[in-house]
Structures are given as structure tokens and as C-alpha cells.
Design a protein around this ligand. Structure first.
Ligand code: C2E
Ligand code: CA
Ligand code: CA
Length: 762
């Protein structure tokens, strides 16, 4: 890790290097000081030693002087000298020298000859060591002298009686004993050497030795004392100390380095921990607390980091929850449902069980939200979700997959066994939901798909359930189980619905016309407008291919207005061409709930200068039944305008004519299923006959549709039917073709035919 090589080693350098440098500098300073100190001490010891030696020698000289003076004043010695009594002289000399432990005593005559001496013969032979004897001043002298092979520190005093008659000499031996003595007195190496061999008096140094030389006798003499100190020796204790110091410093340095490593590791460890925690967080792992016991800056950093970790993980959880849950009900959304359903399918596969998937749609929610507002419908959805959730069993999954759509996944159930659950759900929602203390009965439409029968993928199961549900809605059922193969049809219908608005805008949808003839006069009296859609991809579409889907999707209202506009314009065109024709337009359920329809119709008629009674609007029983009161209201408005109302497909519904009494009607259209079979089916003929009679008694005109042949035409004419429509006359055709047909149509022909049957017609 880069971090480790940089931060940690930097930290180590920062701690170890200054310490080590400080230590080395201190070490050298100490050694330097000690070295200097040793040198100084060595010099001092030499100077002190020289003083000690000088004083020692001076005091020995003084001793010699005192003794020799007493000797020189000895009367017996003077007398013996005068008398040349050698034996007495020697005895006096011996006595005196013994007193001060002198090493020699000697009497020398003025010519320099030894008169008597305590020295042995060999030493006396070369008695010429006393150069002072020549001294004319006859003063006392302290000096060194050599007798034979030995050197002596001597004091020489003239012997006077009263004139000088000789010299008295007293001396100490200058030998190794003296050197040793001086050495032990000074602690230095002492050597007594001839002055010409000694360095100049004072302190002299060379590389190895310090030397202090001083004359044996103050004022100079043949001999000098050399005090010496070997620098190497002086340094010896210091060298020892230095070795110890170096070892100590080395150990200390190692300790410092070790401590530095430990310290930087300790400091870097929390950082490393944080770094690896950050790495973990990058990979999405937020586990594991970083809190440490330490209350230093690192502890603080760790705890801030930990708070950050918690905050991020919390936020991430919240975001991923939001991403997978519906905000309004907090139920799993589509993605989450897909995930869970996938898992449920996998475990169902292992256990060889089924999974039922229910798409539950709350009906009439659009109406509720347009009357009570969005807030109310939101509240309803929340309550519905709550009720559904309370009734969940273990392993069941409830999700919200659309505005008014829930999904219920029931592992272990197939579609059939899920039906009982649907009934339960219906009951709960029909009774359980209330808004501001008003009970609202929620209705549901449910589609069911099943694993493994329908599909083994979650997305497909959801789609199939939703297809089954939409199909149920279209066919006004409450529940439908998905049936394989319905999907293509479903997709086609969806396509149609989504293309319809554009097709209307581009006027791709055509209005064709099928003629209606007036049976009494045998001439064309009107036409029914019927839509056709040459779809660019799906081919030529008939009304049954797209009208139900358009009704379902609510876009039928636009289609109706479109057809109305076209038809009214067409009516105007025909009038302009001298054709006095009525036009009929079909209405659907939705149109009858559209309160603005009458205004639109009125405007259309006015704009085109078409008389209201030239327009007939065809309605069906079932379309009125949806909301009779409202439909009647709209119909009455239209009636007030003067537009004619026709009851289409009569006979297929359940209502009787009496029940239709309250509906404003002008015309009754007997359904083609009766008309087409009237020739061969006596029962149908009877129904048609009574229907026509009853209609007449209610002042309604009767139209027979589905007239496919001449015989039928005659029959319905004979039954008193006012108008006929059917393939026998013409199939629905485009407007221009209709014009050609109308031009070619010979009313006379029909008239003749009708006339020939007149007997039976009346
Ligand atoms: P409908 O109103 O009952 O229209 C009559 C249907 O019967 C037409 O089918 C017509 O082609 C057919 N037909 C006419 N004469 C005969 C015949 O002699 N024998 C047989 N077998 N059939 C005959 P189309 O055009 O396919 O229309 C089907 C339905 O679509 C219509 O039934 C009507 O309910 C609906 N529709 C058509 N155009 C519109 C429209 O503009 N708006 C609305 N809301 N519905 C429409
Ligand atoms: Ca019709
Ligand atoms: Ca019809």
C-alpha cells in the first residue's frame, strides 16, 4: 500500500533520525570534552609534578647546605686539616654525613686534591668532577658532580681558618633510587639525564608523550630531571569509558529505532484501519464498528469516520428502500416484487409447487379521485393496502405495481385455489374502507397467472396476470385466469388503443356509410355511419377490432366526436348535392355519460347548417343501464335539441319495451340476429311482429337491420317495418362510393317490387 511506504516511513524518519543525530552529536561532544580534559589533566599533573620535584630537590639542597656549613665550621675538622690528621678528618666527615644520611662527604684541598672522602677508591680516582674548586671567589656552591660512575647532588663550602684552606663537600647520590622516589612522589615517569640530552626546560609535547624538564639544581647544572607522561596511558581510562559510551549509544540508537518503528506503526495503525474500512465501504460493505477506546485525535477521527459510516449506510439503506418500495403505501414496488417473485419461483421449482400471481385493480378510482380529489383516493389506496396487508398469510407477498394496482403473490397456490382468496379480498375491500366516516365500497378486478402453468419467469407472470385482469375489465368480469395465447390479442388491443389518438389526429380513420331505405316510398332515406381503420401495420380494422378497446381506454369519446363531425359534414355535402338523407351515428356507454356531448352536437349541426332531425344517434340497452339517470339526462338534452334517438340491437338485451318507456326514443332497430332468420324461424318472426306492433303503439319508428335478401325485405315490409338496412341493399361503403350507389339506386325498381307485393304488404 502506498500509504504505508510514505506516511509510516516519513513518520519513522521524523522520529528516529533527529533522535539519532542528537545522540551522535552528544556522543562526539562528550568524547571531545573528555579528550580535552584528559590532555589538560596530563599537563597539569606534569606541572604539579615539576613543582613537587623542584621543591624536593630544593629542600635536599637546603639540608646539604645546612649540614655542610656546620661541618665547615667544625673546629675539630679545621684542626685536623691543619694537622693533616686524615683519620680524624674522615671520622668527622663520616659523623656529619651520617647525621643527614648523606651519601658522600669529602674534603678537598685548594689544589683540588681529595684530602679525605667517604667514597671508595674507584670513585675517588676521578674526583675531578668538581669544577668549582677553581672558583677564585671561594663561594659556596650547590651543584651536581660525577665521581667515578656515580652522579651526586653536592653542596660545596670553603673551609676557612680563617683563610680558605680547602673545600668541604657533602652530597646525595643521584641514582635510580632517587628517580624511583621522585616517581612515587609525583606519579610520573622520572628520569635524570645529562642536561645536554634533555629538552629545553619547561613543557614539551610530542604525539605520544608529554615531557617536563627542569634543571636538577636551580640556576642550571650538568643534570636535568625529566618528568614524563605517556598520552596513551593517560587516555587509557578514557578509551575504556569511550568504548562503554559507544556501546551504550549503540544500544540506545537501536532502542530509539525500535521505538520509532513501534511508534510509527502505532500511529499508522488507526490510519490503516480507517483506510481499509474506507476500502470496504467502497465495495459496499458497511459492517463493523470503527470506534476505538483511545480518546486522542485518532480516536476522534475514528468516531467521526464511524458516524460517517453509519450515516452513509443508513442513507444507502433508505435510498435502496425507497428505490424498491412505493412511497404511498411502503409496499414493495414492481422491481422488488420481481425480485421476491423470482426467489419464490426458484424455491417453488425445488419443492414442485405452484405460485399464483394476482393482479388486483381497484375499479372506479378515477371517478373517485375526480369527485373526491386525489388526496381522498390516496387515502383509499393506503387503507386498501393496510387491509390487504393485514390479511396476508405467511410467505404471501403484497406489492403495489401501479396507481390503482396491487400484486399479490401466493406461493404454494395455483390459480384455481387462489380464487377463494380473491373472494376474501373482495369482501374485505367492499366493507372495510371508509373516508371521513363515509364507508366506501371498493370494487376490484383481478387477473391471475400461475407458475409453472403459464410461465416460469417473474416478469412474464406479472404481465400475464395483468393481461388477464385487463381482459376481465374489458369483458366486465371480476376475475379472470390467464389463458395462454391471449397475449397476442391483448398486445394488439393495447397497440390499437395507443395508436388511436394519433390516427384520429391524422384523420386515418375512415367513416363508411351503409344505406337505409324507407320501405313505404322505396327510396334511400338515410345512412348509418360506420368506422373503418386501415391501420398501416395491423391491416384493415373493423369496428369490433378496436371499438371495445377504445371504450375500455376511454378514447371512444374522441372517436365519437370524430365520427359525428364527419357524418354531419357528410350530411351537409349530400344536401348540397340534392340528396335529402338522414345520418345515423352510434354512441357508446361513455358518450352517454359525457354531459358536454349535447353541446358538441348542437355546435356541429349549427356549423354545418344541418337540421337536428336529420341526425339519429344510436344507443344500446346495455349502454344506458350503466348509469340510467345520467344517460337519460344526456339523452333528454339531445332530444331537446331535436336530434333523433334510436335504440340499437333491440332484442338482445334483457329489458322489455315497457322498461324503456322512460327513455326518450324515436326509433327502434331490431337486431339483425332476428331479422336474418325471420324467413325460417317462426318464433323469431313472432318476436319481430310483436316488437313492431309494440313500437308502433309507443310511437316509435322501426328499422330492420341485417336484411340480406329480397324475401326478408318483403317480410319485414309486410310486418309494417318503416326502414330496412342490410347487405341486400349495400354493405357499408366509403362516402364517394355511397354517392355512386345512391345515384344508381332506382327507387322505382324497388317500388315496383313492393307494389307487386302490395297485397301482402298491407
Ligand atoms: P351496429 O351498430 O349494429 O352496426 C351494424 C353492423 O351490422 C355493421 O357492422 C354492419 O356492417 C353490419 N351489417 C349491416 N348489414 C348487414 C347484413 O345484411 N348482414 C350482416 N351479417 N351484417 C350486416 P360493422 O360496421 O362491423 O359494425 C359493427 C359494430 O361496431 C356496430 O354495430 C356498432 O355497434 C359498432 N360501430 C361501428 N361504428 C361505430 C362508431 O362510429 N361508434 C360506435 N360507438 N360504434 C360503432
Ligand atoms: Ca348501429
Ligand atoms: Ca345493430
Amino acid at each position: 500500500m502506498k500509504f504505508r511506504t510514505s506516511f509510516r516511513s516519513k513518520l519513522m524518519l521524523l522520529t528516529v533520525v533527529p533522535l539519532a543525530v542528537a545522540q551522535i552529536v552528544t556522543l562526539f561532544a562528550v568524547m571531545r570534552t573528555v579528550e580535552k580534559d584528559v590532555d589538560t589533566r596530563a599537563r597539569e599533573s606534569l606541572i604539579v609534578g615539576s613543582t613537587v620535584v623542584a621543591e624536593f630537590l630544593a629542600s635536599r639542597g637546603e639540608q646539604l647546605r645546612t649540614s655542610v656549613e656546620v661541618l665547615a665550621a667544625d673546629f675539630g675538622l679545621k684542626e685536623a686539616t691543619a694537622t693533616r690528621d686524615k683519620a680524624t678528618i674522615l671520622s668527622v666527615l663520616k659523623n656529619h654525613s651520617k647525621r643527614i644520611h648523606a651519601d658522600m662527604a669529602m674534603l678537598v684541598d685548594l689544589k683540588g686534591n681529595t684530602v679525605a672522602s667517604t667514597l671508595d677508591a674507584a670513585e675517588n680516582q676521578s674526583g675531578g668532577g668538581l669544577g668549582i674548586i677553581d672558583d677564585a671567589s671561594h663561594q659556596k656552591v650547590e651543584t651536581t658532580a660525577v665521581f667515578g660512575d656515580s652522579a651526586f647532588h653536592v653542596f660545596v663550602v670553603p673551609l676557612r681558618a680563617p683563610v680558605s684552606i680547602g673545600w668541604v663537600v657533602l652530597g646525595f647520590r643521584v641514582d635510580h633510587l632517587l628517580e624511583d622516589r621522585l616517581a612515587s612522589l609525583t606519579g610520573l615517569k622520572v628520569s635524570i639525564v645529562p642536561t645536554e640530552m634533555a629538552p629545553t626546560p619547561g613543557l614539551v609535547t610530542d604525539e605520544q608523550t608529554l615531557t617536563y624538564s627542569l634543571p636538577f639544581v636551580k640556576g642550571g647544572s650538568e643534570f636535568s630531571v625529566m618528568l614524563q607522561r605517556s598520552l596513551k596511558e593517560a587516555m587509557l581510562p578514557y578509551v575504556e569509558a569511550r568504548r562503554g559510551l559507544l556501546i551504550f549509544a549503540g544500544i540506545l540508537l537501536l532502542l530509539v529505532a525500535f521505538a520509532g518503528v513501534m511508534f510509527s506503526a502505532t500511529i499508522a495503525r488507526p490510519l490503516r484501519t480507517l483506510a481499509s474500512a474506507a476500502q470496504k465501504m467502497i465495495s459496499g460493505n458497511y459492517e463493523g464498528s470503527l470506534q476505538t477506546a483511545s480518546d486522542d485525535e485518532f480516536g476522534e477521527l475514528a468516531s467521526s469516520f464511524d458516524s460517517m459510516r453509519l450515516a452513509i449506510s443508513e442513507r444507502e439503506q433508505r435510498i435502496s428502500h425507497q428505490a424498491l418500495h412505493d412511497a404511498l403505501t411502503d409496499l414493495p414496488n414492481r422491481y422488488k416484487v420481481l425480485q421476491i417473485l423470482t426467489t419464490a419461483i426458484e424455491s417453488a421449482r425445488d419443492d414442485r409447487r405452484s405460485v399464483a400471481v394476482l393482479s388486483i385493480h381497484l375499479s372506479r378510482m378515477n371517478e373517485i379521485s375526480s369527485t373526491l380529489g386525489h388526496k381522498a383516493s390516496d387515502e383509499l389506496i393506503i387503507q386498501a393496502a393496510r387491509h390487504l396487508r393485514v390479511n396476508l398469510k405467511k410467505d404471501d407477498l403484497l406489492g403495489r405495481t401501479g396507481t390503482n394496482e396491487f400484486v399479490l403473490v401466493l406461493p404454494g397456490r395455483d390459480a384455481q385455489s387462489a380464487l377463494s382468496r380473491v373472494e376474501h379480498i373482495e369482501q374485505i375491500l367492499a366493507s372495510g374502507v371508509s373516508l371521513d366516516n363515509i364507508d366506501v365500497a371498493l370494487q376490484t378486478v383481478v387477473g391471475i397467472a400461475e407458475y409453472p402453468a403459464h410461465s416460469s419467469t417473474a416478469a412474464e407472470l406479472l404481465r400475464y396476470a395483468s393481461i388477464a385482469r385487463t381482459e376481465a375489465e374489458m369483458s366486465k368480469e371480476r376475475i379472470r385466469i390467464y389463458q395462454a395465447g391471449h397475449e397476442d390479442e391483448f398486445v394488439r388491443r393495447l397497440r390499437v388503443v395507443s395508436d388511436l389518438r394519433g390516427a384520429l389526429r391524422r384523420e386515418e380513420i375512415e367513416v363508411w356509410y351503409q344505406p337505409k331505405i324507407c320501405l313505404q316510398e322505396g327510396r334511400v332515406c338515410g345512412a348509418e355511419a360506420l368506422v373503418r381503420w386501415p391501420h398501416p401495420e395491423l391491416g384493415f380494422l373493423y369496428p369490433d377490432d378496436f371499438i371495445p378497446a377504445a371504450e375500455q381506454a376511454g378514447s371512444i369519446v374522441h372517436l365519437t366526436r370524430y365520427v359525428l363531425t364527419k357524418a354531419v359534414k357528410q350530411c351537409r355535402e349530400w344536401a348540397d348535392k340534392g340528396l335529402d338523407l338522414h345520418v345515423s351515428v352510434n354512441l357508446s356507454v361513455r358518450d352517454l355519460l359525457d354531459e358536454y356531448l349535447p353541446y358538441h352536437v348542437l355546435q356541429m349541426l349549427k356549423e354545418n347548417g344541418v337540421k337536428p332531425e336529420q341526425l339519429t344517434l344510436e344507443i344500446t340497452e346495455s349502454s344506458i343501464m350503466e348509469d340510467v339517470a345520467r344517460a337519460v339526462l344526456v339523452l333528454e338534452c339531445l332530444r331537446d335539441i331535436g336530434v333523433r334517438i334510436s335504440m340499437d340491437d333491440f332484442g338482445t338485451g334483457h329489458s322489455s319495451l315497457a322498461q324503456l318507456r322512460n327513455i326518450p326514443l324515436d326509433e327502434l332497430k331490431i337486431d339483425k340476429s332476428f331479422v336474418m332468420t325471420i324467413i325460417n324461424d317462426a318464433q323469431n318472426e313472432a318476436i319481430v311482429r310483436t316488437t313492431i306492433d309494440l313500437a308502433h303503439s309507443l310511437n316509435l319508428e322501426v328499422v330492420a337491420e341485417g336484411v340480406e335478401d329480397e324475401a326478408t325485405m318483403r317480410r319485414i315490409a309486410s310486418l309494417g317495418c318503416e326502414q330496412a338496412q342490410g347487405y341486400y341493399l349495400s354493405k357499408p361503403v366509403p362516402a364517394d362510393e355511397f354517392l355512386l350507389w345512391a345515384d344508381a339506386f332506382k327507387p322505382m325498381v324497388f317500388h315496383e317490387r313492393r307494389n307487386s307485393d302490395r297485397a301482402f304488404a298491407s
